[in-house]
Design a protein around this ligand. Structure first.
Ligand SMILES: Cc1cc2nc3c(=O)[nH]c(=O)nc-3n(C[C@H](O)[C@H](O)[C@H](O)COP(=O)(O)OP(=O)(O)OC[C@H]3O[C@@H](n4cnc5c(N)ncnc54)[C@H](O)[C@@H]3O)c2cc1C
Length: 496
């Protein structure tokens, strides 16, 4: 093993929404940082893909096998590269709602209260929207939380067909709103272009090692601090050292790394005295509805519309149902990545249509419902095999959303037809994974304290989506980014 002769202020593992953002924040404060990322640099996928061939692409899925509840292997839909999953995400940047931070009764159980409230996150949401260049417009959605500043940039103009649909929804009595999207000079903003690369280009004290997979964390003999970070860098074993170690490997991989680093003082895995590391995995219930319409569209446009009228329920269902957003032009990449066989399945239902033709006659709708934290939904190892036991819950709320949305589509465009090609989200779809190291004040019922420092080890932090106590129903990235900025402030104070 090669022992690196440098000593860093902070070692950050992973460069996604959490790690990439934190890198920039700490670099600007002049800290000496080592960033370890198991992937390589990759091109951002164009948001204007025209080749339907891309439906078959698996390039963005990790070349790994994980195992499900039935011990069946699967390839997880997650991306290992500089920028992590923000390299393939859709750039929808939504704040959680104020009530998402409170205890909420759902049809299928309780969504727990967060130890911090919306007002604690608000300044960081603002900072995150500035950094990631959020285009949006406040005021149309009654569920929208209060804001100290308007969006930094005007909303993206809607495609004519989406504008027509929006008007029909409004006539029907809904409150369609502009979907906030992060867009920079080169397309969607991501945590490489916004986080890691600017820090390096500005000549800050940042060392980035790619193809550097962290395999274990080593503690001091008392087990109170991480002393060494062991990584395989381009096939060679290294040991790195620093004052503070921050994991941001994504909720599943951060939990896996903690569990894999078990030692004499931490026999159940690092930071796991509560036995909660890896548990309470959430990943949203997600369904796509394809709205077939006789009017053609370009097939190439950004996501620009969301509807939250059923976020907290409906007239005959007093429980949260979820969030709906348009998928953008159906020829775009994100549908392909999140649900590759989508159009192929739709094509079977509509013989006689080519895929491209079908895409130009379709509007996709993403429906997302909050799933509830349950200890048996978890990440763990059986020998060397990484297991994901996940049984979806809160299904009735999601079904209600699905049927209600089909009703809305029918009522607002009699000529259109809604198809939903697959049932509940398969285990391999882990795009919105969160919750595996929840934060809180009590070390018995949480893994991290409110600064996202592990209760058990003084210099170990986690800043990816692991910290979420509940998954809410809006997309998670802006909250991960805002939290990384918040934890960044705590680390700067500590290192001062
Ligand atoms: C197709 C798709 C579309 C999405 N669209 C949206 C959207 O529009 N809006 C939204 O809010 N969210 C969206 N998401 C979710 C969003 O991308 C994630 O919530 C966010 O990226 C999570 O950030 P993170 O820091 O937790 O982890 P990630 O972004 O997953 O980053 C983790 C990083 O850690 C690295 N890593 C893992 N293990 C190790 C290790 N052992 N050693 C070294 N490095 C390691 C990985 O390679 C990766 O780069 C989407 C996700 C997907 C997949």
């Amino acid at each position: 093993m090669i022992i690196d002769d440098q000593f860093y202020d902070v070692i950050i593992v992973g460069t996604g929404a959490g790690g990439g953002t934190l890198t920039r924040k700490l670099a600007e404060a002049g800290k000496k940082i080592l960033v370890l990322e198991q992937g390589e640099f990759t091109e951002k996928e164009s948001s204007e893909l025209v080749e339907v061939e891309v439906f078959k692409k698996e390039d963005y899925h990790a070349e790994e096998q994980w195992y499900d509840l039935d011990d069946e292997p699967f390839q997880p839909q997650t991306s290992y590269c500089v920028g992590g999953n923000t390299k393939i995400y859709s750039g929808a940047l939504l704040r959680l709602r104020e009530r998402d931070f409170e205890q909420v009764q759902h049809q299928d159980g309780i969504s727990p209260e967060w130890g911090l409230k919306y007002q604690d996150f608000e300044p960081y949401y603002t900072e995150a929207e500035q950094l990631y260049r959020a285009h949006g417009k406040a005021g149309d959605d009654p569920t929208e939380p209060s804001r100290s500043k308007d969006y930094p940039l005007a909303p993206v103009e809607r495609a004519p067909q989406i504008q027509t649909i929006r008007d029909r929804f409004a006539q029907y009595g809904l409150h369609p709103a502009y979907l906030p999207i992060g867009i920079g000079d080169e397309g969607r903003t991501d945590s490489e272009d916004t986080g890691v690369s600017p820090a390096i280009k500005a000549g800050k004290d940042v060392t980035l090692k790619t193809s550097a997979k962290v395999v274990s964390l080593h503690t001091n003999p008392a087990g109170t601090e991480v002393k060494g970070v062991e990584a395989e860098v381009k096939g060679q074993s290294y040991l790195f050292m620093g004052h503070i170690v921050v994991l941001s490997c994504g909720a599943i991989n951060s939990a896996a790394l903690l569990l894999r680093s078990a030692n004499e003082k931490h026999p159940q895995g690092l930071a796991n005295s509560s036995d909660l590391v890896g548990r309470n995995l959430m990943k949203h219930l997600m369904t796509v509805i394809l709205q077939q319409s006789p009017q053609p569209n370009s097939g190439l446009f950004q996501r620009t519309l969301y509807v939250n009228d059923f976020y907290w329920g409906d007239k005959d269902f007093p429980y949260p149902m979820g969030h709906i957003q348009d998928s953008g032009g159906i020829l775009q990449d994100v549908i392909f990545s999140e649900s590759p066989p989508l159009l192929s399945v739709a094509a079977k239902l509509m013989p006689g249509f080519g895929l491209k033709q079908l895409a130009k006659r379709s509007i996709g709708w993403w429906l997302q419902t909050e799933d509830l934290p349950e200890p048996h939904n978890r990440v763990y190892f059986k020998g060397e095999k990484l297991h994901l036991d996940y049984t979806p819950n809160n299904l009735e709320a999601h079904d209600r959303l699905l049927y209600r949305w089909q009703e809305v589509l029918k009522a607002t465009d009699k000529k259109s037809r809604g198809i939903h090609p697959h049932g509940s989200t398969p285990t391999q779809v882990v795009a919105h994974q969160c919750g595996t190291c929840r934060f809180g004040e009590d070390s018995q019922s949480s893994v991290l304290d409110l600064d996202c420092r592990t209760h058990d080890l003084d210099n170990l932090y986690v800043v990816d989506s692991s910290f979420f106590p509940s998954s809410a129903a809006v997309s998670p990235a802006l909250t991960v980014i805002a939290n990384a900025l918040r934890v960044g402030d705590r680390l700067i104070e500590r290192l001062a």
